[in-house]
Design a protein around this ligand. Structure first.
Ligand code: ZN
Length: 334
């Protein structure tokens, strides 16, 4: 872990927003104490982890640990439930993007952090020529073997595109993992056609939805409100032309800012108090949800005593199908 200055403005004026006392990623990395802390820069409003994972720890986390049993992944059953959920989510993401990107003609697309390749394979089905980047080896292998996709395992920052440009660059639930989000987005701008589209989703720190503590954990080095996301795009020479909720994330589509006439940077710092209140609210709702889940599990046990385990299992499976809800992942996912 390392202390860093604000990557957006260089100031060293952090004010603590919240801490996660038992961060499971830090535990898996043997980092003690396993506490992750999020702060807000009092000069520019950027929200980031301080201290945060250093490059060696990040490499260790994504290459091998990220989807391993050390982090609670327990083989096929969990993986396939997760995959079905992700498949549905990819359809939804694609539909959201298509509605906001009127020029639906397919072209070339790059997805940074393509995971199992579900979103990318959807694009490929629609005629796009696609490339993925995915540092987690298991994911990259899945994307290649299942969908026959071109997937690079090199981190985005290190890929040499040799002047290659794309009509669409997607980074879904990725920007929050970046140590320097302005640098990350600037690099996206350099591989976009001047009329190209960038499609990004991130957790909204003002509306964390389910799994708030996972969203606040150490792999999420940078967090955003709608305002700070817009500002981060601006600093990278990109303009957001549409932004809105997508599931329990915040989605934005943008394009390179035209010419040199950059809009004046907004300088208003968001209220740390407002962000703290929003985080506390999300955590309280998550606690209530866990309480309800405990009750359901107790009810299930009692039912099993009366009608037997087999019938209870069948009934539970049917109910779960009916409850299929894209808003919540079957396992906590950052
Ligand atoms: Zn700052």
């Amino acid at each position: 872990m390392e202390h860093v200055r604000c990557t957006l403005c260089g100031a060293d004026q952090p004010q603590e927003l919240c801490r996660v006392p038992e961060d499971r990623y830090l535990k898996a990395l043997d980092i003690v104490p396993s506490i992750s802390v999020k702060v807000m820069c009092m000069r520019c409003g950027h929200i980031y982890g301080d201290p945060q994972l250093d490059n060696g720890e990040i490499d260790r986390l994504y290459r091998h640990l990220y989807r391993s049993s050390a982090l609670g992944y327990t083989g096929e059953a969990a993986a396939s439930a997760g995959l079905r959920w992700k498949q549905a989510k990819s359809q939804r993401d694609y539909a959201w993007l298509t509605r906001r990107r009127p020029r639906t003609a397919s072209g070339t697309a790059l997805e940074i952090g393509c995971a199992e390749g579900l979103f990318l394979s959807r694009l490929a089905t629609e005629g796009w020529r696609v490339v993925g980047i995915e540092p987690t080896l298991e994911y990259a292998a899945h994307a290649r073997d299942t969908f026959d996709l071109e997937v690079l395992e090199t981190p985005f920052e290190e890929v040499d595109f040799a002047g290659r440009r794309f009509d669409l660059v997607g980074a879904l639930a990725v920007l929050e993992h970046a140590k320097d989000p302005v640098d990350f987005l600037s690099r996206i701008r350099t591989v976009l056609h001047p009329q190209g589209t960038v499609f990004v989703t991130v957790p909204n720190v003002l509306d964390l939805g389910d799994f708030s503590d996972d969203r606040l954990s150490s792999p999420h080095i940078s967090l955003f409100t709608p305002d700070t996301l817009r500002r981060t795009f601006q600093r990278a020479g990109l303009v957001i032309y549409e932004m809105g909720p997508l599931g329990d994330l915040l989605a934005a589509v943008g394009q390179p800012a035209a010419g040199t006439a950059m809009a004046r940077l907004e300088t208003e710092v968001p209220s740390a108090r407002r962000v703290r209140r929003a985080i506390a609210g999300a955590r309280a709702r998550a606690r209530a949800r866990r309480g309800r889940a405990k009750l359901r599990s107790a009810a299930r046990l009692s039912l099993a005593r009366v009608i037997g385990e087999d019938r209870t299992a069948r009934l539970a499976a049917r109910l779960r199908l009916r409850d299929a809800d894209l808003g919540s992942f079957p396992r906590g996912q950052p």
